[in-house]
Design a protein around this ligand. Structure first.
Ligand SMILES: Cc1cc2nc3c(=O)[nH]c(=O)nc-3n(C[C@H](O)[C@H](O)[C@H](O)COP(=O)(O)OP(=O)(O)OC[C@H]3O[C@@H](n4cnc5c(N)ncnc54)[C@H](O)[C@@H]3O)c2cc1C
Length: 372
C-alpha cells in the first residue's frame, strides 16, 4: 500500500511510515509499524476500514507461529500481501523487536451512549472462570468482594471500541449504572476486552454483552451480532477465529444497582490489584491450568503464579531486561531495557520448564504480534 494515497485520502489523520510501536503498549516493547494510522473517532476508524476494504482485497487467516496463536489479516495487492493489525491500548500484546509488517491502526474512538429505558428482564448468567488464586492473602481474594446484581433492572449502553475501560467504569458508575466494577484496574479498551472476553473475579465481559457491532473486511459491510450468535468462553471469543471482523462498538446490558457499593468494590479491587499486578507488563503471562490437570499432579487446583513461585522457585528470575515480577510470578515485567526477545525467552523458558517437570502445557495469555 502506498502511504501517500492514504495520507491524501485522510489528510487530518496521523499517518506515518516506520513508526515506533513500543509507546503504544503497557510493556513499552516492540519495533515499528510499516504504516501507522491513528483514528480518534468511530467515524474515522470506520472510514479507514472501509477505504482499505474497497482499495485492497482482504483475506484473513489464523496462524500459529512460535508458542501462541497469532491473528493475521492479509490484504492482497497484486502479488504482494499486506497485513492489518488493530491496537487498542496494547495491554495484552508482545510486539516483536522487528515490529509489525503492513498497516497498524491505533484505535482510540471513545463514545458512550446510554439508552435509559429500564428493562427488568435479563438473561444474566456467568461464564465458567478458571481465575482462582491459591494464597489469596498474597495474590487476590475475589470472593469477599462478590455480590449478586442479577435481579436488578437494566439499561443498554453502547461503547465504541477504543473507549478505555477504566474511563467507562467511572463514567457509567457516575451515570447510575453498575456491573463493570469487577473489571477495575484492567488497562484495556472495550474492543480489546470484547476480543478477549476479559475476566474480573467471577465475571466475564460476555456476561454483560448484549450485542457487538463489527466491520467485515471481506464483505465491506457492517454486521451486528447478538450475544447469543457468538461463542463466549474463558479467554475465547468468536472474534479470535474471525480476524476479518473488526469490533466497532459493544452494547452492554448494565444494572441500575447500588453505585455507592459498586464504587467501594471498584476501589477495593484497585487497592488489591495495584499490589500484585504490575502495569509495566502485558497482564498475566499464562492462563491458570485446568482443575483436572492440577488434580492429577497436585491433588487440587493450583494457579500458574503458585507453580512458578513454589515449584520452579523462579520469582525474580531475569533474562536481559525482562523479569518474573516480585509482586506476582505470573507477570513478566520490563525493568526498563527489556527487548521482545528477552520477554519471549523468559516466557518460553517457563513454559518448557513446567512442561518438562510436570508434563503440563501452560497456555500463554499474552498475544504475539510480528515475527518471533
Ligand atoms: C496490569 C494489567 C492487568 C490486567 N488484568 C487483567 C484482568 O484482570 N483480566 C483480563 O482479562 N485481562 C487483564 N489484563 C490484560 C488486558 O488488559 C486485557 O486483555 C485487555 O482487554 C486488552 O485490551 P487492549 O485494548 O489493551 O487490547 P490490545 O492489547 O491492544 O489488543 C489485544 C488483541 O485484541 C485485538 N483488538 C483490539 N481492539 C480490537 C478491535 N477493535 N477489533 C478487533 N480486534 C481488536 C488486537 O488486535 C489484539 O490481538 C491485564 C493487563 C495488565 C497490563
Amino acid at each position: 500500500m502506498d502511504i501517500t494515497s492514504l495520507q491524501s485520502t485522510f489528510p487530518d489523520l496521523f499517518i506515518k511510515a516506520n513508526h515506533p510501536l513500543a509507546p503504544y503498549t503497557t510493556l513499552k516493547i516492540g519495533g515499528p509499524a510499516d504504516i501507522f494510522i491513528h483514528t480518534k473517532t468511530k467515524d474515522e476508524f470506520l472510514s479507514v476500514l472501509k477505504y482499505l476494504s474497497e482499495t485492497i482485497n482482504f483475506s484473513a487467516r489464523n496462524e500459529c507461529e512460535g508458542m501462541s496463536p497469532k491473528v493475521v489479516r492479509t490484504a492482497k495487492i497484486g502479488l504482494s500481501n499486506i497485513d492489518l493489525t488493530i491496537l487498542g491500548n496494547g495491554s495484552n500484546v508482545l510486539i516483536s523487536d522487528s515490529g509489525i509488517r503492513g498497516i497498524v491502526i491505533k484505535n482510540t474512538s471513545s463514545d458512550i451512549s446510554i439508552d435509559s429505558n429500564n428493562n427488568t428482564k435479563t438473561d444474566f448468567s456467568t461464564t465458567y472462570t478458571q481465575r482462582m488464586e491459591n494464597e489469596p492473602d498474597k495474590y487476590l481474594d475475589f470472593t469477599k468482594l462478590n455480590y449478586d446484581e442479577s435481579s436488578l433492572p437494566t439499561s443498554l449502553t453502547t461503547l465504541s471500541s477504543g473507549t478505555p475501560l477504566p474511563f467507562a467504569i467511572n463514567y457509567l458508575l457516575d451515570h447510575g449504572l453498575t456491573g463493570l466494577q469487577w473489571f477495575a484496574y484492567i488497562p484495556g479498551t472495550i474492543g480489546g476486552a470484547t476480543w478477549y472476553n476479559i475476566h474480573g473475579g467471577s465475571y466475564h465481559l460476555a456476561d454483560y454483552i448484549d450485542s457487538v457491532e463489527t466491520f467485515d473486511l471481506s464483505s465491506g459491510q457492517i454486521k451486528t451480532f447478538s450475544k447469543q450468535e457468538l461463542n463466549w468462553s474463558y479467554e475465547h471469543t468468536y472474534f479470535q477465529q474471525h480476524p476479518e471482523l473488526i469490533i466497532l462498538a459493544t452494547t452492554l446490558r448494565l444494572f441500575h444497582g447500588d453505585t455507592t457499593l459498586a464504587k467501594q468494590v471498584r476501589d477495593a479491587w484497585i487497592a488489591q490489584k495495584i499490589k500484585v499486578q504490575p502495569m509495566n507488563s502485558a497482564g498475566s503471562c499464562f492462563a491458570n491450568p485446568a482443575l483436572s490437570d492440577c488434580q492429577k499432579i497436585w491433588g487440587e487446583q493450583k494457579s500458574t503464579g503458585w507453580i512458578i513461585d513454589h515449584e520452579l522457585g523462579w520469582k525474580g528470575k531475569t533474562v536481559g531486561g525482562a523479569q518474573i515480577s516480585l509482586q506476582h510470578s505470573n507477570f513478566i515485567i520490563n525493568t526498563g531495557t527489556a527487548t521482545a526477545t528477552d520477554y519471549y525467552t523468559l516466557l518460553t523458558d517457563i513454559q518448557n520448564e513446567v512442561k518438562s517437570r510436570f508434563g503440563l502445557q501452560l497456555v500463554p495469555e499474552v498475544h504475539l504480534l510480528g515475527k518471533f
